[in-house]
Write a protein that binds this ligand. Structure first.
Ligand SMILES: NC(=O)c1ccc[n+]([C@@H]2O[C@H](COP(=O)([O-])OP(=O)(O)OC[C@H]3O[C@@H](n4cnc5c(N)ncnc54)[C@H](O)[C@@H]3O)[C@@H](O)[C@H]2O)c1
Length: 255
């Protein structure tokens, strides 16, 4: 075995969702540097095109899709297989957060919106991807994004988002059990505070400053801090890791 963080990924087909977002973009860039072929998926075509234009290597594609449209999942997977000849990795970073000031401000629509994208779409996308991997017969890697809220339960108006991330972690374990016999691993990354549009939206400055103080490593993480663990989980070196939730929080929480 050659020891390198991206071992085994050269030429492999990878779908990165949320690829125009903070973490998704860093994940797409990291995969491209391993020699993998990236399908960058996000809501806006111009934005995914821009991401793809910045990737190392060639043969990557950008696809605009709303993952809340479950009927579109099969087409995405088919497009990746047709473009790359195989689909080996799903790195699913796309998610939504509605941070309300208090629990009483949360509406039913907030609840449904976050659940539809973060939980429901994740389940159906994973199932479609895993079925394609089973058909290919070469195993695969599914990497989902949870959050520290999975562990803490969130607080006040962020509780519904935290609950969706609990759903993601739980789901990852059930998927890992279901697809393990096909050598498909399913793991989660649980980021702490990472400097992205999602973190910064509606976030008071003093809360941001407090985050730094409460983080033993002393800074708010960068998207690249999450990209390395994602590539590792997709690599040959992580072949025996499944059902894990990896804590990438600078020590903000320790578990
Ligand atoms: N940034 C943090 O501090 C933090 C902390 C914990 C967990 N996370 C998780 O990490 C992941 C990435 O977060 P981020 O900070 O990069 O967020 P981000 O908002 O920067 O990026 C998310 C991307 O997902 C896309 N997206 C949203 N809904 C979509 C849909 N229906 N279809 C297709 N694309 C859609 C958005 O357009 C956006 O580009 C998310 O799952 C998030 O919950 C982030």
């Amino acid at each position: 075995m050659t020891w390198s963080v991206g071992a085994g990924l050269d030429g492999k087909g990878v779908i990165v969702t949320g690829a125009a977002g903070g973490i998704g973009r860093a994940v797409a860039e990291a995969f491209a540097q391993t020699g993998a072929k990236v399908m960058a998926v996000d809501l806006d075509q111009a934005k995914v095109d821009e991401v793809v234009a910045g990737l190392a290597g060639s043969g990557h594609i950008g696809v605009a899709a709303n993952l809340g449209d479950l009927a579109g999942h099969a087409g995405l997977v088919a497009q990746a297989r047709a473009a790359f000849g195989n689909l080996y990795v799903l790195a699913h970073t796309a998610a939504v957060l509605r941070r309300r000031k208090s629990l009483d401000e949360v509406t039913e629509e907030d609840w449904d919106f976050q659940n539809d994208i973060n939980v429901k779409a994740t389940f159906f996308l994973c199932r479609t991807v895993a079925n394609a991997m089973v058909e290919q017969g070469n195993g695969g890697r599914i990497i989902l994004f949870s959050s520290q809220g999975w562990w803490t339960g969130g607080f006040g108006g962020s509780l519904p988002y935290a609950a969706t991330k609990g759903g993601v972690t739980t789901m990852s374990r059930g998927l890992a059990r279901t697809y393990g016999p096909h050598r498909i691993t399913v793991n989660c990354i649980s980021p702490g505070q990472i400097h992205t549009p999602m973190l910064l939206t509606d976030l008071p400055t003093e809360v941001y400053e407090n985050m730094k103080k409460q983080t033993p490593l002393g800074y708010v993480g960068e998207p690249a801090d999450c990209a390395g663990p994602v590539v590792f989980l997709a690599s040959d070196h992580a072949a025996y890791i499944t059902g894990s939730t990896i804590n990438v929080s600078g020590g903000f929480l320790m578990y």
